[in-house]
Each structure stands twice: as C-alpha cells, then as structure tokens.
Design a binder for this molecule. Structure first.
Ligand code: IPM
Ligand code: MG
Length: 370
C-alpha cells in the first residue's frame, strides 16, 4: 500500500481499551511487514467521553471520524453511566457516529470456528461449518424515525412514541450491499421483515423483489417474516447464506445468530456507507460484544473479535484481501493450537489472558509470513 491511511481508534469503555491494545500490536505488525502504512489517531466515545467532555461524542471526535479513512471502535457503556439522561447515554455516541457517517449497511458475519463448534448452545452438527452474513440496515427504521419521544397526554397519562419508517432509497441501497455480498458467497439472499403486519415491511419486500428481478437475477432471493426467521435460526441455521433485514430486526437476529456460534467474543462487524466522489467508503468496524464491565481491566477479555474487525477493515476499506486472509488464518491457528480466553475456555485447552492471546496471534502471523 503506497498511501498512508489514517485510522481513528475509539476504544470506548470497559474492555474496549484493552482489546484495542492488541489490535495496535497487530496493526504495527502489518506496518512493519510493509503491507500497510497505517497511522492511528485516538478519540473518546461513550462513557469515557462523557466523563471527559459531558457528551458521549464530542464534535471534534465526530469530525475526526468523518475525516478518517476508517474507524475502529471498542465498546461503549457500563453501569457507571446507566442512570444518565437518555440524550447523553454512552449508546448515543455510537448512534451519532452511525447516523452522521451515514453507515447504512451493517455487516455481521456469524461464523462458527471449527475449534469452537462444541461451544454452541445448539447441537454441534447443526452449527458446524455455519457461515451466515447478516446485513442489517443501520441508519433508518425505528431507531431514528420521527416522530419520537415521550409526551404527556391531556388525561395525565404518558405516551412513548417511536416510528418505523423506510423510504425506497434506504431499502434499495442496503439491499444492493446484500446482493453484492451474496454474489461472492453462495448467491442466496433471504430478506426479512414483517410485511404481514407492517406497511414498512410490505414496502421492503416489494422493493427488494423488484431490485432482485431487475439487477440480481443470478442471486436466489427468498423472503421470511422476522419471527419465523428467529425460529429458523435456532432450528436449522445452515439454511441461510445472506440475511438482509432492517435496523431493529437486525439488532435482534444478529444477537441470536451470534449466540449460535457459541462465542460472542469472536464476532466482528463492519458498518459501511456509500462510496464518495474520491472513492472513499465511510466505514466503522467494531466487535459485536459489549463492554463487559465485570471483567474490564483484568486482562481477561477476548481480543479476537476486535482483531477480526480489523481484518474486515483490511478487506472492505483497503481491498487487502490477502492480508485479511492471513490474519483470519492466524486467528484460526491460535484456536487450533488450543489457546483460549475465559469466555471460550474448554477442558484441556490453554487459558490465556488478553495480552497472551495477542502474543499468540502475533506468533501465528510470524509463522504464516515466515
Ligand atoms: C448493537 C447494539 C446497539 C444497537 C446499542 C448499543 C445501541 O445493541 O450494535 O447491536 O442497538 O444497535
Ligand atoms: Mg444489538
């Protein structure tokens, strides 16, 4: 890579900073190898930003995120900030980043690592080899729809309001991402909504169907109601290739799919926007797991989801597929060698801490590059 790239690190709260420390080491490894020339800038998000600035995302940090070539985020939130006003909760920082960077497509792979298949709460044969990609719409729907709020009615009762709303272009742009991804996989998209109850879901189904017919006739498109999809995910998860769904259903279904893999601490994600005139795609990468305040600062957290998020960054932001494959391979190696953090520990395996897992990944990278 000839041009240097500017990566914004937003470690956030809880275990965020310590898992990000391991990515710094991995990133330094790739820089030293000559494959990349990444420069890291650091910022605050979530509760740590609130403590420093009284807001979960300072305007200056928002600007850094918009200017960066890619953003890597750790995790936000924790009991310390649970009772803050809704408008300054740690999660608002994350939602602002998604909205203002216009990261409408959230890619959440649910992948079962062979060495961990037994850790799933489902029977091993149901999940062994599982490889689902959930594409969740991320900047629309009920998360952002207006009107919203809490109001007091004339009779003194209170009313909480949120609005599920989708415009055609919001559906089409995220559906394109799903169809394009499917082409590089098993060429199957299952589009998920509740068009039996919600007009927004009916529109979703109609628009996705039209787009499939006009532009993606080579991709097999099916439709499913969201409740059925939740059921099918735990019944026969391997029937899915790419699942395309809205913001709220995607939030629920991706947690469900994550648990199928038996290892929330392993799952990365990418949130992408539309390519601009200079060819840059706004992008933020983050592990699916949360801030795990109960184990924060104890060198117990699993850094692999964040390391794999960095791998997604290599692949989707910088077109470095070979480097991403190398890193994914190194993660597979350390699992096959038996290294485990507490969250994925199994009898007879080697328990390591956050730093120890980072050491193992670096050693595996050395060997593979060797
Ligand atoms: C997620 C999380 C967020 C969401 C929260 C932290 C706002 O659950 O990324 O899935 O609901 O989108
Ligand atoms: Mg969620």
């Amino acid at each position: 890579m000839s041009l240097s790239k500017n990566i914004l690190f937003l470690p956030g709260d809880g275990i965020g900073p310590e898992v990000m420390t391991q990515v710094r080491r991995v990133m330094a490894w790739f820089n030293a190898s000559g494959a990349t020339a990444f420069e890291i800038e650091d910022g605050l998000v979530g509760g740590s930003a609130y403590d420093a600035h009284g807001t979960p995302l300072h305007d200056d940090t928002m600007k850094l995120a918009l200017d960066a070539d890619a953003v890597l985020l750790g995790a936000v939130g924790g009991p310390k900030w649970d009772n803050l006003d809704f408008s300054v909760k740690p999660e608002r920082g994350l939602l602002r980043l998604r909205k203002e960077m216009e990261l409408f497509a959230n890619l959440r792979p649910a992948l079962v690592f062979e060495a961990l298949a037994e850790a799933s709460s489902l029977k091993t044969d149901l999940v062994a080899g599982l490889d689902i990609m959930i594409v969740r719409e991320l900047t629309g729907g009920v998360y952002f729809g207006q009107p919203r709020g809490i109001e007091t009615l004339p009779n003194g009762e209170r009313r909480g309001i949120n609005t599920q709303v989708y415009d055609t272009h919001e559906i089409i742009r995220v559906a394109r991402v799903a169809f394009d991804l499917a082409r590089a996989r098993d060429s199957r998209v299952c589009s998920v909504e509740k068009g039996n109850v919600m007009e927004s879901g009916l529109l979703w189904r109609e628009e996705v169907t039209k787009l499939g017919e006009s532009d993606y006739a080579d991709v097999a498109l099916s439709h499913m109601y969201a409740d059925n999809c939740a059921m099918q995910l735990v019944r026969r998860p391997k029937q899915f290739d790419v699942i395309l769904t809205d913001n709220l259903f995607g939030d629920l279904l991706s947690d469900c799919a994550a648990m199928l893999t038996g290892s929330l601490g392993m799952l990365p994600s990418a949130s992408l926007g539309a390519k601009d005139a200079n060819g840059k795609i706004p992008a933020m990468y983050e592990p699916v797991h949360g801030s795990a305040p109960d184990i924060a600062g104890q060198d117990k957290a699993n850094p692999l989801a964040t390391i794999l998020s960095f791998s997604m960054m290599l692949r989707y932001s910088f077109d470095l597929g070979a480097e991403a494959d190398l890193l994914d391979g190194a993660v597979n190696d350390v699992l096959n060698e038996g290294f485990r953090t507490g969250d994925i520990m199994q009898p007879g395996k080697t328990l390591v801490g956050t730093t120890g897992m980072g050491d193992a990944v670096l050693a595996a990278l050395d060997r593979r590059a060797g």
